[in-house]
Design a binder for this molecule. Structure first.
Ligand SMILES: *Cc1c(COP(=O)(O)O)cnc(C)c1O
Length: 602
């Protein structure tokens, strides 16, 4: 039996049942999840080898089979929860387009979701236009939930969707939107279906918490929602109001919070029905279903302590209990799970360019000295607030000083951790064909951690402790934090005789592509769509240099090509320069094995 080092990366915990390591020591994908039969695993290295002839690195491999599997699992979970608790209405979800707007993904969801009446959620005008066109292929009952701040143009688009026979619901984020809705409805002669977004008091701790709570950015507090109902009643338009919506943020850490939020919202729902006479029929519980990125089930920012079944039954139970207490009919339940639906189906493939041992700095302060610095900093008297001078300062500047101080301690502590480790091991800087800012912006922006591992040689012990360095001219362009608190990633020494060495960034299908930025004008990756048997369906090149330059308002022909042409002609070198420049414009900006054509051969 060959050895298997997948355990070093915790693959069984975050990856089961979709990702495994096979007999050859290669990373594999199982799009059938638990129901797979042997021989159905897709060997990732084989896909990369087939794809690299037609597209450049870095590339995203997409497995639409995993989208289908997640969609089926979501519906099974809600169907079971509904059956087991005697809930009397159905579940009907939507995919929030903002999580990944790519055409193939949205079309896949509409296609795979047809039998479930699965719909889409939009948060802006471009997303609404995508949803309107893609939903023409969906079941006509499928929801088109229109969230986000709205102007007259947005509302007019949503009403057009309704006029086209799509089940569009305009969800009010602000009171002021009601005037726009009334006005546009009169102008266009289309009756809207209206929802209201509730600003709940229930909120989640940690990074994603600021969406909800009293100070949350979105929605109306209960009192304002009742005012909206009153206003609609006076206008004799109360029949417009059908849906109550809430979304308390991404990565909800526990089912206690899911239940609490659903209970709070169901209470508002029941009040609208019983006290205001609204003929409500749907409760939309938003997104937030989490992904266990590190496989720890810990409920930290990178992990959630529950699965799909527990999530679904928490919502169904909470709403059922509240409605029964109030004698209100059970609403149709909608959710807008995004992250949990698409994360697994994409992996980013990075190519290693070189591995260089990090030089050990002799002058570096010793761990003992660093420890002493931390002790000194944290024992500063005024930090404890018993210094008269400090108290006399305005509170705000005192707070700023404490913050500054905390940051300093944190910096020294980070140095200490690194120097203790460096004493014991050599760290290797793996230079990768990558821009953090373009491919995994959340690693930079919110310190998100994705599981990463080599794609091959997993029967061989990875002996190098590695950090990943990207191509950008930016000191933030590196990865030196990995899941489960690790500061290095175990990788194999590079051996050109064995072919390319690739690192996969897993569970990376949500948010990264739209948040991607163009630092140094590196752009998006190539995208390779892989079918259930590992065959390549499509392979599209990522953004080319030409496309990236034009996003900065250059006309590539006028401002770049013509100008270079003129100057090169003056020097009599256009024949050579022209070919090189044209090749440069039409390829991706990442490194390639580009061969300069010999003069006169083309
Ligand atoms: C972002 C967002 C979602 C998706 O959240 P996930 O955490 O990805 O499930 C759903 N609904 C609304 C209103 C959102 O803003």
């Amino acid at each position: 039996m060959a050895r298997n080092y997948g355990g070093l990366y915790n693959i069984a915990r975050w990856g089961e049942p979709y990702f495994t390591v096979n007999q050859d020591g290669h990373l594999c994908v199982n799009t059938h999840g638990d129901q797979r039969e042997s021989g159905q695993e897709i060997d990732v290295l084989h896909v990369i080898q087939a794809a690299k002839d037609s597209v450049q690195f870095p590339m995203i491999l997409r497995f639409p089979g995993l989208l289908k599997h997640h969609l089926d699992s979501l519906h099974t979970a809600f169907d079971n929860a509904i059956k087991n608790t005697g809930y009397m209405a159905r579940y009907q979800g939507v995919f929030p387009v903002k999580v990944n707007q790519n055409k193939a993904i949205i079309q896949d969801f509409v296609h795979f979701g047809h039998g479930y009446n699965y719909g889409l959620e939009a948060g802006s005008k471009p997303e609404l236009l995508i949803a309107m066109s893609c939903l023409t292929k969906a079941n006509s009952k499928a929801f088109l939930v229109c969230n986000g701040y709205k102007d007259a143009e947005y509302v007019a688009l949503a009403l057009s969707a309704r006029a086209m026979g799509l089940n569009a619901i305009i969800v009010m984020e602000m009171e002021e939107e009601l005037d726009i809705i009334i006005d546009q409805s009169n102008k266009l002669g289309v009756d809207p279906v209206v929802g209201v977004r509730a600003k709940l008091l229930t909120k989640i701790p940690g990074h994603f918490g600021s969406t909800a709570g009293k100070h949350g950015k979105f929605g109306l507090p209960a009192k304002k929602i009742y005012e909206v109902a009153n206003r609609l009643r006076h206008l004799e338009k109360l029949q417009w109001l059908k849906l109550l919506h809430f979304h308390i943020g991404s990565m909800i850490p526990s089912t206690e919070i899911v239940s609490k939020a659903a209970t709070e919202a169901a209470d508002i729902y029941c009040t609208l029905v019983n006290e205001y006479g609204a003929r409500m029929d749907t409760l939309d519980c938003g997104g937030g279903l989490g992904v266990d990125y590190d496989g720890t089930r810990s409920g930290s920012d990178m992990s959630v302590a529950y699965g799909l079944e527990e999530y679904a039954s928490s919502i169904v139970q909470a709403v059922r209990v509240k409605c029964e207490d109030n004698g209100v009919d059970h609403p149709v339940l909608c959710t807008e799970s995004g992250r949990a639906m698409v994360s697994h189906h994409s992996m980013i493939i990075l190519e290693a360019l070189s591995a260089i041992p990090e030089p050990k700095d002799d002058e570096e302060t010793t761990p003992e000295e660093l420890q002493a610095m931390i002790d000194d900093l944290s024992s500063k008297k005024w930090l404890k607030g018993d210094d008269d001078a400090a108290v006399a300062k305005p509170m705000s500047s005192h707070a700023a000083e404490i913050k500054e101080h905390g940051i300093e301690i944190y910096k020294v502590a980070k140095k200490l951790a690194k120097s203790v480790m460096a004493k014991e091991t050599t760290i290797y800087n793996y230079h990768m064909n990558l821009s953090i800012f373009s491919l995994v912006p959340d690693c930079w922006g919110i310190q998100q951690l994705f599981p990463m591992m080599p794609v091959s040689r997993l029967h061989e012990r990875p002996t190098n402790m590695a950090t990943l360095i990207d191509l950008t001219c930016d000191s933030d362009g590196k990865v030196e934090k990995f899941i489960r608190g690790a500061q290095t990633l175990p990788l194999h020494p590079l051996d050109p005789k064995l072919g390319g060495y690739y690192v996969a960034v897993l569970l990376s299908g949500a948010y990264q592509e739209a948040l991607s930025s163009k630092h140094n004008l590196f752009g998006g990756p190539s995208i390779v769509r892989v079918d259930e048997s590992g065959g390549i369906v499509t392979a599209d090149l990522g953004a080319t240099t030409e496309e990236l330059i034009s996003t900065m308002r250059y006309d590539v022909n006028q401002d770049i090509l013509d100008v270079i042409h003129e100057r090169a002609e003056e020097h009599g070198v256009w024949k050579m320069v022209g070919e090189i420049v044209k090749a440069g414009l039409t390829t991706m900006p990442y490194l390639i094995e580009y061969q300069v054509p010999l003069p006169g051969t083309a």
